[in-house]
Design a protein around this ligand. Structure first.
Ligand SMILES: *Cc1c(COP(=O)(O)O)cnc(C)c1O
Length: 368
């Protein structure tokens, strides 16, 4: 049997008829930037998160970038301020920090949840720390109540990197609604994915929403009047229309992912493999189902030889990348070990029970 890691064609085929008819609507409308499709998706996605404002951007990295940039324009951040970021995140979280001339202060995650901890944050705070950028890695919300308490105590800004956590909940509250702002990505492989690049900022802060709305449109709040030296980072109506269609399935797709994760957790019983931990008050959305084993490369090869595709998120941490030569000397033992041990199993709303049971069977048969 062959098991795909993530079959996007199959995922999008479910809505293909409706997508085609909406494409025609957009073509016939003559409106190809902004307009009703974009406004409608922004309203729906803000509602979905339970937040007041959603401002769409060209991609997830820009969403994170523009929040930090807006805070700089508002005088809430300055060049050289430190931002606490998990060391085991995808590099985009760190790029948003450095692109704004801010200093990333990388901290270790908890080896079981893969997310940063309150203790880790507390010990990294200095007089220069001005913000925290928690990442809800793999689809599980970071310990936000504790993070917000620390932020309040120290007067820090909090930007949630929610690129992997659409609809994830902690104590019933969704990603994007915990911090002062959040960045989402709708990259095609994300739990809510466009048919190209797309992203959004979500916030409950009106001034921030207004500033970002202008920033992503050349810094303009009013046609031909510019408040800021902005950028061009807009979502187009074609993608917004695709996202509105796909948003309707997101909650049921998440339930489907949660059921697969339950099956994996229940039936994987190979002592060489550790399945991921979902904390008690959390509703994980399983963007990725990440197991750990010290025999990672052997297990990946074994699964591949049985037709099962797996991926590694991520093989090299940001501080070991050539792009961050100035960070290469740093040591993060937990992070570095995780990068050697993690393996992402297939999970998606179109994976069949038969495929899941086959993956489980092959993992349980694995030996060294
Ligand atoms: C995907 C991702 C991003 C960036 O999103 P893009 O839309 O690809 O720019 C940022 N942070 C994390 C954690 C991601 O997984």
């Amino acid at each position: 049997m062959n098991v795909d890691f993530l079959n996007l064609q199959k995922i999008n085929a479910r809505d293909a008829d409706e997508m085609l008819s909406v494409c025609k609507e957009v073509i016939d409308s003559g409106c190809y930037i902004g307009g009703e499709q974009v406004d409608e998706f922004e309203r729906k996605f803000a509602d979905f998160c339970g937040a007041k404002y959603c401002i769409t951007t060209a991609n997830g990295l820009d969403a994170l970038n523009l929040v930090l940039r807006a805070w700089k324009l508002q005088g809430r951040l300055r060049n050289g301020d430190e931002v606490i970021v998990p060391a085991n995140t995808y590099i985009a979280s760190v790029l948003a920090v450095t692109e704004n001339n801010l200093v990333p202060k990388l901290i270790e995650p908890d080896g079981n949840t893969f997310n940063i901890t309150a203790e880790g944050i507390k010990s990294a705070i200095t007089d220069n720390t001005k913000a925290i950028l928690p990442v809800h890695l793999y689809g599980q919300i970071a310990p936000m109540p504790e993070i917000m308490r620390i932020a309040d105590e120290h007067g820090l800004l909090v930007l949630e990197d929610s690129a992997q956590a659409h609809g994830a909940q902690l104590m019933g509250k969704r990603a994007g609604n915990w911090g002062h702002a959040a960045g989402f990505s709708f990259y095609p492989g994300k739990n809510l994915g466009a048919l190209g690049d797309a992203g959004a900022v979500v916030t409950n802060n009106k001034e921030l929403a207004t500033a970002i709305k202008a920033l992503c449109n050349y810094g303009s709040h009013k046609k031909y009047e510019n408040l800021y030296q902005g950028v061009n980072s807009r979502l187009d109506p074609m993608q917004a229309a695709m996202l509105s269609i796909k948003l309707r399935r997101l909650d049921s797709d998440t339930e489907y992912r949660r059921r697969i994760a339950d099956m994996y957790i229940k039936y994987i019983n190979n002592p060489l493999v550790i399945t991921p931990l979902e904390t008690e008050t959390s509703a994980h959305v399983w963007h990725l189902f990440v197991i750990k084993t010290i025999y990672r490369d052997q297990l990946q090869a074994w699964l591949a030889s049985n037709g099962i595709k797996t991926l590694i998120h991520y093989p090299v941490p940001p501080h070991k990348q050539q792009a961050y030569a100035e960070l290469n000397h740093l040591h993060y033992p937990v992070t570095e070990r995780l990068h050697k041990e993690v393996l992402s199993l297939p999970i998606s709303p179109v994976l069949t029970d038969e495929e899941v049971m086959y993956v489980i069977q092959k993992i349980n048969e694995f030996k060294v």
